[in-house]
Design a binder for this molecule. Structure first.
Ligand SMILES: Nc1ncnc2c1ncn2[C@@H]1O[C@H](COP(=O)(O)OP(=O)(O)OP(=O)(O)O)[C@@H](O)[C@H]1O
Ligand SMILES: [Mg+2]
Length: 223
């Protein structure tokens, strides 16, 4: 199977004083190419902790994490950084567009970081997602929903194999949430594996599979 992420027996604990607090407990997980998976769970259940590990932002855990067929524990810091830049896109609840750049320039930013400014992928993405009208606007000139959509296109700029979205609709009204969920589905249709955390059961239903995080355990999820 064409799995982008494969995780076996993942556990993570935080130390508080003399106590070890187990946040993730023996999780198994996978996501395939082009699949849209949602994780739902109460606040504090470990969702962001999990995403940070999958996104190579945290390497303190036990268990095995495989990304794009490679065992993450065997990689150097540099290899992980490259893997992250080239293959993983991130979207968060609050937008993080750079205010002094236009939408199009913001979307090109991940390519600049990789020294790949040429290619003009932003116009194509804006067109594909129906956002051409805001290409030349600055973040302060567009709505919250549009900002979130622009941030999503920026995350997709380098055609990542994996998109990690932590509460991407958490700050949006119903209509804009639906639009962003459509965008995420479209991204999956283009071949990106989309891993989304949400508090919203309706949003989770839009995914191919919804998993539940509770007490550090991940359950459920028939397709
Ligand atoms: N750096 C840290 N040090 C100690 N404990 C932490 C740290 N980060 C998170 N935790 C604890 O780990 C648990 C899981 O946190 P996490 O942020 O993963 O939850 P979450 O499911 O994303 O919650 P939310 O829905 O509110 O975003 C919480 O109990 C939190 O207090
Ligand atoms: Mg969180």
């Amino acid at each position: 199977m064409d799995n982008v992420v494969e995780i076996t027996a993942l556990s993570k604990a935080y130390t508080q004083g003399h106590e070890q607090i187990l946040v993730l407990e023996e999780l198994d997980f996978y996501i395939a190419k082009g699949e849209f998976v949602a994780i739902v769970g109460p606040s504090g259940s470990g969702k962001s902790t999990f995403l940070n590990i999958v996104g190579l932002l945290d390497d303190v855990y036990s268990g095995e994490v495989r990304l794009f067929g490679r065992r993450v524990e065997d990689l150097t810091e540099r290899e992980k950084a490259v893997l992250r830049l080239e293959n993983i896109g991130f979207v968060f609840q609050f937008d993080s567009l750079l205010p002094e750049f236009t939408v199009q320039e913001n979307i090109e930013m991940p390519a600049r970081v990789l020294g790949r400014e040429k290619g003009g992928k932003a116009p194509e993405l804006l067109k594909r997602f129906g956002l051409e009208e805001i290409a030349c606007k600055f973040p302060m000139e567009i709505s919250g929903g549009e900002k979130q959509r622009a941030a999503l296109l920026r995350a997709l700029r380098n055609s990542p194999a994996l998109l990690i979205a932590d509460e991407p609709t958490g700050n949006l009204d119903r209509h804009n949430s639906a639009v962003v969920l459509d965008d995420l589905r479209r991204a999956a249709g283009l071949g990106t594996a989309v891993l989304m955390v949400t508090h919203n059961e309706d949003a989770a239903r839009r995914a191919d599979r919804a998993l539940h995080m509770d007490g550090g355990k991940l359950t459920g999820g028939a397709g």
